[in-house]
Design a protein around this ligand. Structure first.
Ligand code: F6R
Length: 240
């Protein structure tokens, strides 16, 4: 695993460059996106590069990691809504080529087809990940089997608490989500993970130094051949 320690501004630029380089090399690249606070700066850089004509996403396909169960795509806290506003509406990617798992209606059907859909377009070329304070990646909470594909999961109490900052009260945070599994993520050809802040330090220590255990979902990334972990000093502080 490659580790880059730098400021948030710098990692936003470097990770955006990894995506831009991929799309320049392969204009119909399959891009894996995440929601949350961590990737926002990267998305701003991608929007800027697209608007300046440095890169075009018009032939790209994208897959998002996860979605809350019970929130339709027009709900302001849904991950589809987040992605539309944070990225898709601002770049030239075709909306019909952007996939976010559904958490409403017959979502079990869509969930079962999600990995086949990814494989059908040749797999994810580059996947961005954030990390939870409990070491989750996507919504794969501690205890998730390493061989899991896209599935429904219950959110850990710590994740509900962490994510309540984006809702008006903790009672509004959905308790379940549809998430790509750890096996789905491991099948991405290239992975970049972003972590900032002291509340990620324990998870980053486990990711870089700890044993590979289902109790720390991110630890499986140690087995992936092409992962770069971007950390700020705070997130890296327990490793030193
Ligand atoms: C979001 C996702 C989550 C977040 C993680 C960190 O699609 O899959 O795993 O990446 O919860 O969230 P932030 O970046 O808000 O700290």
């Amino acid at each position: 695993m490659k580790v880059v320690i730098c400021s948030k501004e710098k990692m936003d630029r470097l990770v955006a460059k990894e995506f831009i380089d991929m799309v320049k090399k392969k204009p119909n690249a399959v891009l894996g996106f995440a929601t949350g606070t961590s990737p926002l700066g990267v998305y701003k850089n991608l929007i800027e590069a697209n608007k300046k004509g440095i890169v075009s996403f018009k032939d790209c396909t994208s897959f998002n990691l996860d979605e809350y169960v019970g929130l339709a795509g027009n709900h302001p806290q849904s991950y589809r809504y987040f992605m539309d506003h944070a990225l898709f509406d601002e770049i030239d990617i075709k909306k019909e080529n952007t996939y976010v798992p559904s958490g409403v209606g017959d979502y079990h059907k869509g969930m079962k087809e999600y990995d086949a859909l990814i494989k059908g377009v040749g797999g994810i070329d580059i996947q961005i990940l954030g990390i939870g304070s409990d070491g989750h990646i996507a919504f794969n909470e501690p205890g998730t089997p390493f061989d899991s594909y896209t599935h429904e999961t219950a959110l850990a109490p710590s994740t509900i608490k962490d994510n309540s900052r984006l809702f008006s009260s903790i009672d509004e945070v959905p308790t379940h989500a549809v998430t790509m599994g750890l096996k789905s993520i491991m099948e991405a050809k290239k992975i970049v993970l972003i972590a900032t802040g002291k509340n990620k330090a324990k998870a980053i220590y486990g990711l870089l130094k700890g044993p590979i255990t289902e109790e720390l979902p991110c630890s499986i990334l140690q087995k992936h051949p092409d992962v770069t972990v971007y950390c700020d000093e705070d997130a890296y502080s327990l490793v030193k």
